[in-house]
Design a protein around this ligand. Structure first.
Ligand SMILES: Nc1nc2c(c(=O)[nH]1)N[C@@H](CN(C=O)c1ccc(C(=O)N[C@@H](CCC(=O)O)C(=O)O)cc1)CN2
Length: 284
């Protein structure tokens, strides 16, 4: 392998240790950060992520509450549940695991979460604050990627970042966060023509398109840093990213693996946001 491996497991571990210490300090003032996660239905991947969130929050000393609701729940019942958690003093962070069943309007549910408890950073009020660079909860996946780049010592200012993907929870905020760190940002997406002509210019390439092993060495400039946000199954049913790791690792100067790259950082940043919310509450 030519490039350096950027491990989300190792960086996440380091960060979780810092979060655990923060939780310990807060305990001295009688406050335990509380995270509530709502899981609707029985999507098996979502069940795994929620279980991991519960385990990780308990490991750093937080209170964890998982609320499992049936697929058949009405939108009104779900909104009422969110509102109940908004008013629960022991809960500092609320997260509704996505995706939700089709009969429920995701936007409405996200907007019901108290922005002060929106540790996913998905509420429009928090998205707006992020856009203008005000302090707020940053969305966990892009925030995790930023943390990985910074802790690996990757220079961002003045670099050309190409983001492939324009989702509200990864692509769009990722570009904004890097723009705020003085990168020059280009967004590409499924309708971009001659994708490689853009990606070949990237000093830092962030890939979030949801297509297994789509990005190959043909898309990557020698020495680029490559961050893979994808999570797919390959032809053998094995977990893989959007990047063809075996090919790209030979040209990249640094690269994240899948699994073990961006994924673990998503949950770590959720813990960080929950601690941030509890600290803010303690100061009020
Ligand atoms: N409310 C939210 N819903 C969803 C989010 C989110 O940030 N907030 N993101 C994704 C799912 N997700 C967290 O919820 C998530 C996905 C993947 C991982 C992860 O650690 N992946 C591992 C591999 C896991 C496996 O073996 O299947 C890795 O990449 O190493 C963590 C969190 C959608 N929904």
């Amino acid at each position: 392998m030519a490039g350096q491996l950027i491990s989300g497991v190792a960086i996440g571990k380091e960060l979780r240790e810092e979060i655990k210490q923060g939780v310990g300090k807060l305990a001295a003032s009688g406050i335990t950060p509380g995270l509530a996660v709502i899981l609707v239905g029985d999507n098996s991947a979502s069940q795994t992520y929620v279980k991991n969130k519960e385990k990780s929050s308990v490991e750093v000393g937080m209170k964890s509450e998982v609320i499992k609701l049936p697929e058949t729940i009405t939108e009104k019942e779900l909104l009422d549940k969110v509102d109940e958690l908004n008013n629960d003093e022991s809960i500092h962070g609320i997260l509704v695991q996505l995706p939700l069943p089709e009969h429920i309007n995701e936007d409405l549910v996200i907007q019901m979460i108290d922005p002060e408890k929106d540790v996913d950073g998905f509420h429009p009020q928090n998205v707006g604050k992020m856009m203008i660079g005000q302090e707020t909860y940053l969305p966990c996946t892009p925030h995790g990627i930023l943390e990985m780049l910074q802790r690996t010592g990757v220079e961002i200012a003045g670099k050309h970042v190409v983001v492939i993907g324009r989702s509200n929870i990864v692509g769009k905020p990722m570009g904004q966060l890097l723009l705020q760190k003085d990168a020059t940002v280009t967004y590409c997406h499924s309708r971009t023509k001659d994708l490689a002509s853009f990606t070949k210019q990237a000093d830092i390439l962030i890939v979030a398109i949801g297509r297994a092993k789509f990005v190959t060495d043909e898309h990557v400039k020698e020495g680029a840093v490559v961050i893979d946000v994808g999570m797919n199954r390959d032809e053998n049913g094995k977990l893989c990213g959007d990047v063809d790791f075996e090919k790209v690792k030979e040209v990249a100067s640094a690269i994240t693996p899948v699994p073990g790259g961006v994924g673990p950082m998503t949950i770590t940043m959720l813990l960080k946001n929950t601690l941030q919310s509890a600290i803010k509450k303690a100061k009020q």
